[in-house]
Design a protein around this ligand. Structure first.
Ligand SMILES: Nc1ncnc2c1ncn2[C@@H]1O[C@H](COP(=O)(O)OP(=O)(O)OP(=O)(O)O)[C@@H](O)[C@H]1O
Ligand SMILES: [Mg+2]
Length: 379
């Protein structure tokens, strides 16, 4: 990641940390710094699309900062006791907020930004090109869709083994389109209180539809929200599935500015209705990485680290066959921890080397077996 992107992440992380500590003023200042940084980078950008994307994101951050300030003001003014809705910066922060919230009427806020693009996703060229054709371009050029009598819309389902980059891809789509990213896990929707889950789902769609430029909604582990219907299914689960189907049906017409993505490790458990147009009718298999993708992943994992000249990348790529992207990034982290720990003890820095990788790869087993892979390939 370039240095300004690192700075941006640091500002946003600080803001989230401060929000968690209920320091809204501090969070507003950090968010404003992030916005300023992005405005400066947008000015410098030579490419018009990048300029537009950065400016959009900067404006969103600035708005968040202003909202945070407004909230501070309104809290200080007893006459104005209605808290304003604040666009939260991160999902993590929101989870904390909803856990700690005493006000049941305070709707959860689901969105966050994404600065990732397809360039951050190693390999998966076929998936990326399908996404470009089916999701990114139709969203960017709605007028052209009309000329060709295309309707656009429809969601995309990613399926495949764990750790292969499904969530990463979804973030990258949001980043490519400069849209707020709604990462929805079933734990945020499902509630033990009867009827509350459907209210949560309605709140999510309402928020997303109110986004001025649209939004990218990603249902992670959609199998827990849309399991195949059975005769003995609980009434509330059935009600939630029906509502989800209805909300998704809005895509393309009423909700043309919403992009729907979903992921699952168990596509065979999904209710058939969720896979029919205009719902998640496009399915994309996200496989384990091939050789070039594994090489790119080792490069990503070691990007910011000094590497021994003798480290043989081709050998790493070869012995990591069958591992997922998440496994490879994890191995890189484990390997880098070895010289790091030594350096703390000895005060001498050294590059990460082949021996560190040998140790890091001990006891690492592929998280998916051949039988499961066949099941995905045949689905
Ligand atoms: N194609 C990839 N390119 C770069 N990094 C990757 C890739 N795939 C996985 N990773 C790394 O692994 C981490 C986990 O990936 P991600 O969460 O996207 O997997 P997933 O397919 O959503 O897994 P799960 O099915 O368990 O939800 C990423 O944050 C990233 O560090
Ligand atoms: Mg995931």
């Amino acid at each position: 990641m370039c240095s300004w992107a690192n700075k941006l992440t640091a500002y946003i992380d600080n803001a989230n940390l401060l929000l968690q500590k209920s320091d809204r003023n501090g969070a507003a200042i950090e968010t404003a710094k992030a916005a300023e940084l992005l405005f400066v980078e947008a000015k410098k950008a030579a490419n018009a699309a990048t300029k537009k994307k950065l400016t959009l994101r900067a404006s969103q951050l600035l708005e968040t900062s202003l909202l945070l300030r407004d909230e501070i003001k309104s809290k200080r003014t007893p006459a104005n006791s209605q808290p304003q809705k604040t666009q939260i910066l991160s999902q993590r922060n929101q989870q904390e907020k909803s856990k700690n919230s005493n006000d049941e009427n305070d709707p959860p806020v689901f969105s966050r930004g994404s600065t990732l693009t397809f360039a951050d996703v190693a390999g998966l060229d076929e998936v990326k090109s399908t996404l470009m054709q089916r999701v990114v371009l139709p969203f960017r050029f709605p007028d052209k869709l009309l000329i060709y009598g295309l309707t656009g819309g429809g969601g995309m389902l990613f399926y495949g083994p764990p750790g292969t980059g499904k969530t990463l891809l979804a973030r990258a789509v949001a980043g490519e389109l400069g849209l707020p990213f709604y990462l929805i896990k079933s734990s945020e929707i499902l509630s033990q209180y009867y009827g509350q889950s459907t209210k949560n789902l309605a709140a999510l769609f309402e928020q997303a539809r109110n986004e001025p430029d649209g939004a990218c909604i990603f249902f992670d582990e959609i199998d827990s929200l849309a399991k195949r219907r059975t005769d003995d299914m609980h009434g509330a689960t059935l009600q939630l599935l029906t509502q989800l189907l209805q909300e998704l049906d809005g895509v393309g017409g009423r909700d043309g500015r919403l992009v729907f993505l979903a992921a699952t490790n168990t596509p065979w458990d999904l209710d058939d209705a969720i896979l029919r147009p205009p719902r998640f009718c496009e399915k994309c298999y996200v496989p384990l990485p091939d050789e070039p993708a594994r090489r790119a992943m080792f490069e990503i994992g070691l990007k910011k680290c000094i590497v021994d000249a003798d480290l043989n990348f081709s050998e790493l790529v070869e012995i990591s066959e069958g591992l997922s992207g998440a496994d490879i990034i994890n191995i890189c982290e484990r390997a880098k921890l070895i010289p790091f720990t030594e350096a703390i003890q000895t005060g001498v820095d050294r590059p990460v080397n082949a021996n560190d990788f040998k140790k890091a790869m001990q006891n690492i087993k592929p998280s998916v077996n051949k039988e499961s892979l066949k099941k995905y390939e045949n689905w």
